[in-house]
Design a protein around this ligand. Structure first.
Ligand SMILES: [Zn+2]
Ligand SMILES: [Zn+2]
Length: 234
């Protein structure tokens, strides 16, 4: 288990224990990775040929281009975009013996570039290690059980990814015990959330108009954060 991952994973889980409003700890880890990548891309590595070669080829998704723009380092960003646009121009110019076939290849290539993101792929790489690290921490450090079980919730995409990483990395009997406890925790959260959304619906029925809202008022926002994660929300 690599220290570069155990420290941030432990920190994110400890922060989630102390402040439940932080939501899913894996969303916070991805936020941290995104911030580090944005800083790195616009910092010294901007001039490193290896990184530039990669950003030229892969480009950025809309979400991360927004983050790069919001970082306020407009000149380094403009230089990166300048060479990325040249790369796209080169991809578009591809001449072919058979124009129709060449056009099809170009479309495929451009479609690939438009869906690609240098920052997403870097985050995915590190995040996969963090998921595996969390699974190994559970297996090797009983103090981590409490940290896991004290999180407010895991968002659905990260709950699924955490289970997959644990299934791949843990011994069968450890995974069984892990899944049982995580399942109990997550299903209790789901039941409460579902109840809050149902109460929200009931409040639109005149018979319940004078009843208190309880926890229903922000249940749609909380359901959305659970279903899709809330990266970038804090
Ligand atoms: Zn999450
Ligand atoms: Zn991206």
């Amino acid at each position: 288990m690599e220290q570069i991952y155990t420290i941030p994973v432990n920190e994110a889980f400890e922060a989630g224990m102390e402040d439940p409003t932080r939501g899913c700890p894996f969303c916070r880890l991805r936020d941290k990775l995104a911030k580090e990548e944005v800083d790195r891309v616009l910092g010294a590595s901007m001039m490193e040929p290896d990184t530039r070669q990669q950003t030229n080829v892969h480009g950025f998704c809309g979400h991360h281009l927004e983050q790069l723009t919001a970082a306020g380092k407009r000149l380094p960003l403009a230089l990166i975009l300048e060479s990325h646009l040249i790369e796209i121009g080169n991809a578009m110019k591809k001449p072919g013996v058979l124009p129709a076939a060449a056009g099809g290849d170009t479309a495929k290539k451009l479609d690939g570039i438009s869906r690609d993101c240098y920052i997403c792929s870097r985050i995915d790489f590190h995040f996969q290690h963090m998921l595996e690290t969390a699974a190994l921490l559970w297996e090797g450090d009983t103090a981590f059980h409490k940290k896991c079980l004290s999180q407010p919730y895991f968002c659905l995409p990260h709950f699924a990814e955490f289970l997959q990483a644990a299934r791949a990395r843990m011994k069968g009997k450890d995974f069984g015990a892990f899944y049982k406890q995580l399942y109990e925790k997550e299903s209790a959260f789901l039941e409460k959330l579902g109840g809050d959304v149902s109460w929200f619906v009931k409040k639109f029925d005149y018979r319940y108009a004078d009843e208190p809202w309880n926890d229903a008022k922000d249940s749609i926002e909380r359901a959305s954060a659970f279903l899709n994660g809330n990266e970038g929300a804090l």
